[in-house]
Design a protein around this ligand. Structure first.
Ligand code: PLP
Length: 221
């Protein structure tokens, strides 16, 4: 099956109110144009440089979709991220949030990345620090927190990821219950190709899908 059919099959399988972010790392502009024509609404990129190339190659078509930064963001790349991306899903510290706030002249929607597996080598805010970090970021005038994002540990059996999705959902509901000013907590971004069904069962309303649409990546950067 082609990538357009794959996209439409996944789209048909999951509820309408769950957004699909096409995880596009290593994919080219021709593939993305095919998916945009097939109805894709949201594209996620991990690398600023790669995103800039495909964004420019897509021309007017690029403006039909929302662009999500889903990779680790270094402070020295913020100026390149802001013109392209509509959402930064990987805000994982107050320092990074402050750096974005300083460099932006518009309100940038961001999600807070949660290290739901508490893995020391992985990025994301530790669950027990989420409230404090979110309270502090909520005071920055050029950022608007729109939700939470998590990767969760990688397992061969996606069922093993369920507790981490459940934990992130709990944090999401808890933060919403606090009615912190200047928050717009609507999105819970979790679930990838092998885990999106479980993530949706646990309350995800945004899944980031690469392999199930494109097939296996030939290389990872
Ligand atoms: C690559 C990637 C995905 C998608 O992974 P697949 O297993 O290919 O669906 C989702 N989220 C992030 C942050 C990624 O880097």
């Amino acid at each position: 099956m082609g990538i357009a059919e794959n996209y439409q099959r996944v789209r048909g399988e999951i509820p309408d109110d769950v957004t699909i972010v096409v995880a596009a790392k290593t994919r080219n502009a021709v593939e993305l144009a095919t998916l945009i024509d097939a109805g894709a609404t949201d594209i996620g990129e991990n690398y600023v440089q790669e995103a800039t190339v495909v964004y420019n190659q897509l021309g007017e078509k690029a403006k039909k979709v929302r662009w999500h930064m889903i990779g680790a963001l270094q402070k020295n790349k913020i100026n390149k991220v802001l013109p392209i991306f509509d959402v930064i899903q990987t805000v994982d510290s107050l320092k990074l949030a402050e750096a974005i706030d300083k460099r932006s002249d518009r309100i940038v929607p961001v999600y807070i990345e949660i290290n739901s597996g508490k893995e020391p080598q992985k990025s994301g805010v530790m669950p027990e620090e989420a409230e404090e970090t979110i309270r502090r970021i909520s005071h920055l005038k050029n950022l608007k927190i729109g939700g939470l994002m998590t990767m969760g540990p990688r397992f061969g059996n996606p069922e093993d990821a369920r507790p981490y999705f459940r934990e992130t959902r709990k944090i999401f509901e808890y933060i919403r219950s606090l009615y912190i000013l200047n928050l717009d907590m609507k999105v819970l971004s979790m679930g990838m190709s092998n885990s999106y069904e479980i993530a949706i069962e646990q309350g995800s309303n945004m899944v980031r899908i690469g392999t199930a649409i494109f097939g296996e990546r030939k290389y990872d950067k």
